[in-house]
Design a protein around this ligand. Structure first.
Ligand SMILES: C[S@@+](CC[C@H](N)C(=O)[O-])C[C@H]1O[C@@H](n2cnc3c(N)ncnc32)[C@H](O)[C@@H]1O
Length: 507
């Protein structure tokens, strides 16, 4: 498609919007529902806008803009949103998380809520698209027999979305074989019946789920009397910019009950936003849990929760991220600004030069004077690892986790040490945890790639190597220098390229 400058009366329908108009419309959309369009999406956004203008018989972009801004514009805005939202989904999309739901979250909540006068579980699929996620939960409750075993309980499942067309589809409950690809044959027979080439969900399961229109970026988010117990908000914030995601996470936190669970997608970690949440892990699946009123009570009740909820500003950064990186570093704590930062730079220089003894001695003294300065702890862990002192490196990583339990670099160090010691299952688990917390750490992708390759899982290995190359191409690769003194980013990428070439010679 070609781009032409705007003419006085707007663009002809086949044209891409000029940059200034594109910015005006995309800012309006972002302001109303959080979706951010970058320049690579200019043509597709233009097509959606022009489709609406054509239906309304409008030629001028300005007229359409005015229409969207008018007081009574809600209806038109929804029609436009129906065209621009990405609604890809399927039943049981993330199987590890559904296993976590079945084997850990539901049993925990059922045990904790037992004995309450009117026990209730409130589950919300926020950004539910055509309902597959919310119905997956309902199917799981049916399959676990919860409606029969807990007749006094109320199980409330709500799906919400900003796209009215997918909500209509959700209410219909008729799905293609593709949407049902992760549903086991037995469940398909028991809970669905054929409807032409598609499958219709049975009325009993369907009746247990309610769907409603809700825009997640318009405060306040719903909070039933005692809050939601489980919130799925998966693959929604990936289309938001960090500030909007931060707002959304704050809103979701408020809408959760104490001890409620938040399930996010793979690339939507709460990196730097996890205040008030603890990471929960079960059999390779991850989610977050809102702290109960007392952190101790939380820990006692949920032995799987990894330590305390994070506190704000507890995560200083240790290595520079190239411009354009997806996450921005939190500023180091105030005490680190002058003396500590200078001292740390000297340690880093010694580390880069391979002067291990010098680096170790200076880091020891820096940690003595500023015991909560995480970068020094991590770098010391890196020094130990480079010198093959794995037990000390592991202890160092554990020390970091006691200061900040969601620190992905500490989990990365644990994963690398486990891999070097040949403890492969432990390494896989730690590295998957890293990527749930921060999927931009290239070393985690790289090590995972190597582990999968060694296990003969070529598909996954290639995927991980491709992630490194993708981040490099996007200038968002994060090397984690403190654990890679012998490896530059270029070498890492070149290793991933040649590994890919060896594993898939024909691409
Ligand atoms: C990719 S789908 C994810 C569906 C499902 N959660 C999953 O992971 O399979 C993203 C959904 O988020 C919805 N969405 C995007 N922005 C939203 C907003 N501001 N409020 C509510 N829903 C939104 C979209 O309409 C879309 O249906």
């Amino acid at each position: 498609m070609t781009t032409r400058p705007a003419s006085a009366n707007g663009l002809a329908p086949a044209d891409v919007l000029p940059l200034d108009q594109f910015i005006r419309f995309r800012d309006l959309i972002e302001d109303r529902c959080g979706l951010h369009f970058d320049e690579s999406q200019r043509a597709s956004l233009s097509a959606s806008l022009r489709a609406r203008m054509q239906q309304l018989g409008l030629d001028r972009l300005d007229d359409y803009y005015d229409r969207l801004q008018a007081r009574s514009a809600d209806d038109e805005f929804r029609k436009l949103i129906n065209l621009v939202t990405i609604t890809e989904t399927c039943f049981f999309r993330d199987q590890l998380q559904f296993r976590l739901l079945r084997r850990h979250i539901l049993p925990t909540l059922l045990a904790e809520r037992a004995g309450q006068p009117k026990p209730t579980l409130r589950i919300w699929s926020a950004g539910c698209s055509s309902g597959e996620e919310a119905y997956s939960v309902a199917l799981m409750l049916w399959d676990m027999g919860l409606y029969l075993t807990y007749p006094d309980w109320t199980f409330e499942i709500v799906g919400s979305d900003v796209n009215t067309e997918v909500l209509d589809a959700a209410r219909r409950g008729v799905y293609s074989a593709r949407a049902l690809r992760n549903v086991e044959g037995d469940w398909l027979r028991r809970y669905f019946r054929p409807d032409g080439l598609q499958f219709r969900l049975n009325d009993e399961v369907r009746g247990g789920v309610r769907f409603e229109y809700r825009n997640l970026t318009q405060a306040p988010l719903p909070r039933s009397s005692s809050g939601h117990d489980i919130v799925f908000c998966k693959n929604v914030a990936i289309y938001f910019r960090p500030e909007m995601t931060r707002r959304l996470v704050r809103g979701l936190h408020q809408s959760l009950a104490d001890g409620g669970y938040l399930l996010l997608g793979h690339s939507e970690s709460l990196w730097q936003m996890a205040e008030g949440f603890a990471l929960v892990e079960h059999e390779g699946g991850f989610c977050y849990r809102k702290a109960a009123s007392g952190a101790e009570a939380e820990r006692r009740r949920d032995p799987k929760a990894m330590g305390r909820p994070r506190s704000a500003g507890a995560r200083p950064k240790t290595s520079a991220r190239p411009a354009g990186a997806r996450h921005r570093a939190a500023p180091p704590p105030v005490e680190a600004h002058v003396a500590t930062a200078g001292q740390y730079e000297r340690c880093l220089r010694a580390f880069r030069a391979g002067e291990w003894t010098e680096a170790e001695t200076s880091l020891d003294s820096l940690i003595q004077s500023t015991p909560t300065f995480l970068p020094a702890h991590l770098l010391l862990g890196g020094v130990y690892a480079h010198r093959g002192r794995y037990e000390e490196a592991r202890e160092q990583a554990e020390r970091v986790l006691r200061l900040s339990d969601l620190e992905p670099r500490a989990h990365l160090l644990l994963g690398m040490i486990a891999a070097r010691r040949g403890r492969l299952d432990e390494a896989l688990q730690a590295l998957r945890r890293v990527l749930y917390l921060d999927d931009s750490l290239a070393l985690a992708h790289f090590w995972l790639g190597n582990l999968y390759r060694d296990r003969g899982d070529i598909e996954r290995a290639c995927h991980e190597y491709q992630n490194v190359i993708r981040d490099w191409d996007r200038h968002t690769l994060e090397l984690t220098e403190e654990f890679a003194s012998d490896l530059s980013a270029e070498q890492l990428v070149s290793f991933c390229r040649s590994s890919l070439q060896r594993l898939r010679p024909c691409g």
